[in-house]
Design a protein around this ligand. Structure first.
Ligand SMILES: [Fe+2]
Length: 146
């Protein structure tokens, strides 16, 4: 299925871009903490991440892999629904970090590394699950192993 194959390739590229951004944000948080610098750049970075996630999730939900996978392989519908719900949770995690950064920047910075790492792990795990579902649907569809 060429469309699904293209989605799979796009997902890998997206994943690498996110890895870089997530990594940069962690380094920036550490630098700010070490140098007791203003958290403005970190807030900007989180806003950028949130914007990117929001657009990406909207694409996935409105005509991206979620719909295509369910159309091609309806047996993955409940797994796709779980992934869709994870989008809401991941966005609310970033919102909570931004909110806390705004209201109590020092306390938030002090625990930011651990908290952001936890978030990044869940986010990347979500991405891996998505890629795995697309891959399974793709293999089922083209009958790999035949
Ligand atoms: Fe997703």
């Amino acid at each position: 299925m060429p469309d699904l194959q293209r989605l799979s390739d796009a997902a890998v590229t997206q994943l690498l871009t996110e890895h870089a951004l997530l990594h940069d944000l962690l380094e920036e948080a550490d630098r700010i903490t070490a140098e007791a610098d203003s958290a403005d750049t970190l807030v900007q970075g989180l806003l950028e991440l949130r914007d990117m996630m929001y657009q990406q999730f909207a694409r996935e939900e409105n005509g991206g892999y979620l719909r295509d996978t369910i159309n091609i392989a309806p047996r993955y519908a409940s797994e796709c629904e779980q992934l869709r719900l994870q989008h809401r949770l991941l966005l609310s995690d970033v919102d909570a970090m931004l909110d806390d950064m705004h209201h109590s920047p020092e306390e938030t910075l002090a625990t930011f590394h651990v908290r952001f790492r936890d978030f990044a792990t869940r986010f990347l795990s979500h991405e891996h699950q998505e890629n795995a579902i697309v891959q399974k649907a793709l293999e089922d569809d083209i009958g790999v192993g035949d």
